[in-house]
Design a protein around this ligand. Sequence first.
Ligand SMILES: [Zn+2]
Length: 109
Amino acid sequence: MILVFKHFFYKNYVGLSLWPFIFLKEDSLKADEVLINHERIHLKQQRELLILPFYILYISEWLFRTVLYLDSYRAYQNISFEREAYANEKDMQYLSKRRFFGFLQYLTR
Ligand SMILES: [Zn+2]
């Protein structure tokens, strides 16, 4: 389910997934297939980790990488969940062929 919240977003972020919802900054973003696919990949990751552990791992990995890179944006881009989503967001068939725990392949690169 896709919901639009204009005043919910920080800086240049335009989409956010909190299972089972996708939040977007603008109504027009609903037409952005790549963005929606990116957020759907996160919904799948969240569901397979039973939701709460996803957020714990996501935040832990982000904190760890922030210390590692001393750059919070670079840390965000390199979280394994984000690496998987960015690497496959343009592949509209990705979710139908994705393996369980697909993000693990992106943990080290
Ligand atoms: Zn993402």
